[in-house]
Design a protein around this ligand. Structure first.
Ligand SMILES: [Zn+2]
Length: 276
């Protein structure tokens, strides 16, 4: 065998060993999963369920409705719940408002077109609002919540926002653009709950380089166990999943806690934006 031939054979053997080794040794990077707990403060059950999560001290993200019926109790629990981060659950007008139960849902006193906006009484954004008013409503809601924590001696602060309902407002370009700019300016996460297919929140925020994300998985309520198991497999395969479960559903919370105890794939929303 010539010297040249010998090296050629060695090279080929090396190639045959190296290529499959490289293919199989490529370990897939795990994805991230977050379920935001929506509607904190709306119903009394949201307080009871939050207490159960606090007892386990799970790392969670809670979306609070400003000026909601049970917000004070929610603030009390969260002020001592170190592993919970908070976002504003900003109520926005939806297409079929009159069919909703507004007492606990969007607002206690739904604002009519032309009616003056009053702090402490109104907290939702309507499609007829000017961009200036929409921003001042968000600003007031955030200050209201941050002040409540400060009063309780807690350093917890709002780190982002998502929409509560809002099938009408979430497609209003002027309002969504202004909200995006506000989030950019204050370095807040803008999370599109995707309450309707027509929502443009995520697209608009992306254009303006806002820290943004979108719900890309079914709401967790109903068949919760199954949905969490499927999500976990998707995360193992490298996918990122952000979704929503409602804090007022006892079943959702019980199954989430059960899952969290045996699994370590749950993240907070802010972890999607951490530098790596
Ligand atoms: Zn909601």
């Amino acid at each position: 065998m010539t010297r040249k031939k010998f090296f050629k054979i060695i090279f080929l053997i090396f190639l045959f060993i190296k290529i499959p080794f490289k293919l199989f040794s490529k370990t897939k990077k795990k994805g991230k999963f977050c379920m935001v707990f929506d509607d904190a403060g709306g119903l009394a059950s949201s307080v009871e369920n939050l207490k159960k999560l606090a007892k386990e001290n799970l790392e969670i993200t809670v979306a609070i409705i400003a000026y909601s019926n049970h917000e004070e109790e929610i603030f009390d629990v969260l002020a001592n719940y170190e592993n919970a981060e908070i976002i504003l659950h900003q109520a926005m007008e939806c297409v079929n408002m009159e069919k909703r139960n507004l007492a606990n849902d969007l607002e206690k006193n739904p604002r009519k077109k032309g009616e003056k906006y009053v702090q402490e009484k109104h907290s939702a954004i309507y499609d007829f609002d000017s961009t200036k008013l929409a921003i001042s409503i968000i600003d007031n809601n955030i200050k209201h919540i941050n002040n409540a924590f400060e009063k309780r001696g807690s350093y917890k602060k709002i780190i982002g926002l998502n929409n509560h309902m809002g099938s009408l407002v979430s497609k209003n370009k002027n309002i969504i653009r202004s909200i995006s700019l506000y989030c950019y300016f204050y370095d807040l996460i803008l999370f599109d709950s995707k309450s309707s297919d027509e929502s443009i929140i995520y697209e608009e925020a992306k254009k303006l380089n806002v820290k943004t994300c979108i719900r890309n998985y079914d709401f967790i309520d109903g068949n919760t166990k199954e949905k969490l198991e499927i999500a976990e497999k998707m995360v193992q395969n490298g996918q990122n999943i952000i979704t929503i479960g409602h804090l007022n559903y006892r079943g959702t919370i019980r199954l989430y806690i059960e899952h969290a105890k045996k699994s370590k794939f749950l993240n907070k929303l802010s972890e999607f934006f951490n530098e790596e």
